[in-house]
Design a protein around this ligand. Structure first.
Ligand code: GA4
Length: 334
């Protein structure tokens, strides 16, 4: 296992990352836990997607060894000298990023790698990541993406069944498609070198946002930091659990369910005394896929809350936005 002896210096040009007083947030017993092997799983998933847009899954079938292997390989990359990591950045959007998130000025106490699951959409920066890492890194990434695609599709099929949609692959086929625009994000929220004052021990790791895709599947090490925003607007801290996955409803699924499911607003407030590593698989549709409320759920177009758009249109619009923007606004029907 790679053990970091030194905290990693991040990009020195960016000094102002907001710090937080560790204010009490609700630590949740309320986050739904779904056992994927339970006969009632599909009903529970639908309820969780309606109530929170978020839930934890257990009995997911992914080998713990693969999860820890990828985490260790990611730590190995993040432990490389800064100059080596920089050869795989800045991200465009794939590749290595440090403190800067997206192209529009968002920053956070984070370094990360973003990799596209579709090799046809990968970039020179993706190749540069693999160039800086041993063969086992790439193998672990590829194996992990395959497994996480299966988890995403399994959950989406349960969603379809739970919603009473006749063709159970209505949603999953978009993620299973060989042209699916899915991606994997490996995040590292480092510790700090300096002795921080008490109220500065928590930094904004990843600002509040919703995920644009259909579904996101997150796994982290046992360090806290993830928070979700619940219906009354309060923030709830999600207790970490390195053996489970956390599922987020994304914007595209909100649209396809005509707002019945809400894409969950979430953020990471990083505790700078213990590093956090998370790995998120974003299940997205092919770029040419038309996204609109599903006619089997909402037959009359006049009841649609959103205009139809392609995933490619939504993605380009997302990359013109700031992290915290409400991206679906411009696709809502007047
Ligand atoms: C949020 C979800 C995923 O991490 C991501 C992010 C993307 C990026 O980091 O490149 C975005 C962000 C995310 C939404 C708005 C735009 C695009 C940064 C940003 C400011 C990979 C994604 O698909 O959208």
């Amino acid at each position: 296992m790679v053990v970091l002896s030194q905290p990693i210096p991040l990009d020195n040009h960016i000094s102002v990352i907001p710090t937080y007083k560790p204010v009490p947030v609700l630590t949740s017993q309320i986050i739904p836990v779904v056992d994927l092997t339970h006969p009632e799983a599909k009903t529970r998933i639908v309820k969780a997607c309606e109530d929170f847009g978020f839930f934890k899954v257990v009995n997911h079938g992914v080998r713990p060894e693969l999860m820890t292997r990828l985490e260790q390989e990611a730590m190995g990359f993040f432990a490389l000298p800064q100059s080596h990591k920089n050869r795989a950045g800045p991200p465009e959007p794939y590749g290595y990023g440090n403190k800067r998130i997206g192209p529009n000025g968002d920053v956070g106490w984070i370094e990360y790698i973003l990799l596209n699951a579709n090799p046809q959409l990968s970039s020179p920066k993706t190749s540069a990541v693999f160039h800086q890492t041993p063969q086992i890194f790439r193998e672990s990434v590829e194996e992990y993406m395959e497994e996480l695609k299966k988890v995403s599709c399994k959950v989406l099929e349960m969603v379809a069944e739970g919603l009473g949609i006749e063709a159970r692959d209505t949603l999953s086929k978009m993620v299973r498609d060989e042209k699916s625009d899915s991606c994997l994000r490996l995040n590292h929220y480092p510790t700090t070198e300096e002795e921080e004052e008490e109220e500065k021990k928590v930094k904004l790791g990843f600002g509040e946002h919703t995920d644009p895709q259909i579904i996101s599947v997150l796994r982290s090490n046992n360090t806290s930091g993830l928070q979700i925003c619940v219906k009354d607007g309060s923030w709830v801290a999600v207790p970490p659990d390195h053996s489970s996955f956390f599922i987020n409803v994304g914007d595209a699924l909100q649209v396809m369910t005509n707002g019945r499911f809400k894409s969950v607003k979430h953020r990471v407030l990083a505790d700078t005394r213990k590093s956090r590593v998370s790995m998120i698989y974003f299940g997205g549709p092919p770029l040419s896929e038309k996204i609109a409320p599903l006619p089997c759920l909402v037959p009359k177009q006049e009841d649609w809350l959103y205009n139809e758009f392609t995933w490619s249109q939504y993605k380009s619009s997302a990359y013109k936005s700031k992290l915290g923007d409400y991206r679906l606004g411009r696709f809502e029907k007047q």
